[in-house]
Design a binder for this molecule. Structure first.
Ligand code: AMP
Ligand code: GLY
Length: 431
């Protein structure tokens, strides 16, 4: 591994980016991290500075890279990747972690991803793609319910309806073609509804080699007992016991490697994160629900705290295409859990600007509090988004980690704080 010190720019402003900045700074080789635009948490990290530049402002990002002497860029969210930030940075000679625009289609177009999966023989739900509401409705009538309707493009996690009835599916079609998701909804993918338990496998790749991280389980629904609308994720834990070593081997051989090979066959040099959202069926079969082209949020807040290998080394190996030469990743032998504190009303409308207290006390208990929707204002930290904080604790057992997360979260306060109280119910000794 290189011994050179580096300055890294992280693009994004969520909990994931706080976790990335924090994990990068754990390596003494990382001298300085900049975050564009960052949040109230990254503002307070030592050797870290927020830059007031939006994630889609490529000119601003390129100027800051020159001005600050940034050595490499780590892109957090999917939107700038889908807009081609990596292509732009590569054209400027800047090393970047995150796939080029052609590769980001894996997340940015569900129809494109489905076609690639079928071509690669990756197990996934049966699906059909439609650009007209009438044809989509006819297909739904013929298939019956339950059935899943997905807007093709990026819709911030809101473009998917798991419809229990034909009427609900048709309403989702009307919503998509009616413009609810903008151009993202002008093409829809209609899928067979899969049953089972979900897991997220995030993998590092340099375009040739793919190395999975420990599996995580997210909690997508807003309500306890997995009810209510989908969110970005209300909590997570890792390693997910559901993904046994045998299943993980299958994910590598049947999902990750063939997907990378299919990308490569299309001439796409994909370097960054390949994130497989999986359904594990009651028959213990794996099916891919979706791919993402970036780290998961809040999965990152449990996976990276368990990674013992310096993150910067892995990222440099992905960019330099030397991942296959790296020693195996080293992991903490314990477990991690994170619980998201959200603003009341999320994922619908919510208030911003409420003062947050208790974060230091929570961290004094050993928690790592990753900020998501927060901002620094007049010397205080205030709410600035739907998901506000993610409170992570490590432990020897899920009971210990989850109890510690909730204990730390309970000393944090802001008006209308909402959290799910049942995160990790799948792995608690008493639910
Ligand atoms: P996606 O944005 O594709 O990850 O979908 C969001 C969520 O919708 C997933 O995490 C699942 O909970 C659910 N979902 C998506 N596709 C399916 C499917 N084919 N069957 C069952 N649930 C699904
Ligand atoms: N937690 C789900 C995602 O990052 O897409």
């Amino acid at each position: 591994m290189s011994e050179a010190v580096v300055k890294v720019l992280v693009v994004g402003n969520g909990g994931r980016e706080h976790a990335l900045a924090w994990a990068l700074l754990r390596s003494p080789r990382v001298q300085q991290v900049y975050v564009a635009p960052g949040n109230g948490g990254t503002a307070n990290l030592e050797n870290c500075e927020n830059l007031p530049i939006g994630v889609s402002d490529f000119d601003g990002i390129c100027s800051a890279i020159k001005a600050k002497g940034v050595d490499l860029v780590v892109v957090g969210p999917e939107v700038p990747l889908a807009e081609g930030i990596s292509d732009r940075l590569q054209s400027e000679g800047v090393p970047v972690f995150g796939p080029v625009q052609a590769g980001a289609q894996l997340e940015a177009s569900k129809a494109w991803a489905k076609e690639l999966m079928v071509e690669a023989g990756v197990p996934t739900a049966k699906a059909a793609v439609f650009t007209s509401a009438a044809e989509a409705n006819a297909y739904i009538q013929a298939e019956g319910a339950p059935i899943v309707v997905k807007a093709d493009g990026l819709a911030a996690g809101k473009g998917v309806t798991v419809a229990a009835t034909v009427e609900e599916a048709i309403a989702a079609i009307e919503e998509a073609f009616g413009g609810a998701f903008g151009s993202a909804g002008q093409q829809v993918v209609i899928e067979e509804c899969l049953m089972g338990a979900e897991a997220s496998v995030l993998a590092f790749t340099d375009g040739k080699t793919v190395i999975p991280m420990v599996a995580a389980q997210d909690h997508k629904r807003v309500g306890e007992g997995d009810i209510g609308p989908n969110t970005g994720g209300m909590g997570a834990y890792a390693p997910a016991p559901l993904v046994t070593p045998a299943l993980m081997a299958q994910v590598e051989s049947d999902v990750l490697q063939p997907t990378l090979a299919a990308l490569s066959k299309r001439g796409i040099d994909y370097r960054g994160i390949l994130y497989a959202g999986l359904m594990i069926t009651p028959q213990n079969e794996i099916k891919v629900i979706e791919f993402n082209c970036r780290f998961g949020d809040p999965e990152t807040q449990v996976v990276l705290p368990l990674l013992k290998t310096p993150l910067i080394d892995v990222i440099e190996a992905c960019i330099g295409q030397t991942l296959g030469e790296m020693p195996a990743l080293e992991w903490n032998s314990g477990v991690a859990a994170t619980v998201v504190a959200a603003a009341g009303g999320y994922p619908g409308s919510y208030r911003k600007g409420d003062v947050i207290t208790g974060v230091d006390q929570a961290e004094a208990q050993g928690a790592k509090v990753f900020h998501a929707g927060t901002a620094a204002k007049d010397g205080q930290t205030v709410t600035n988004g739907g998901r506000v904080l993610a409170v992570t604790q490590l432990g020897d057992s899920f009971d210990a980690a989850l109890e510690a997360s909730y204990k730390a979260l309970d000393v944090i306060q802001f008006d209308d704080l909402y959290c799910r109280r049942d995160i990790g119910y799948q792995v608690r000794s008493q639910a």
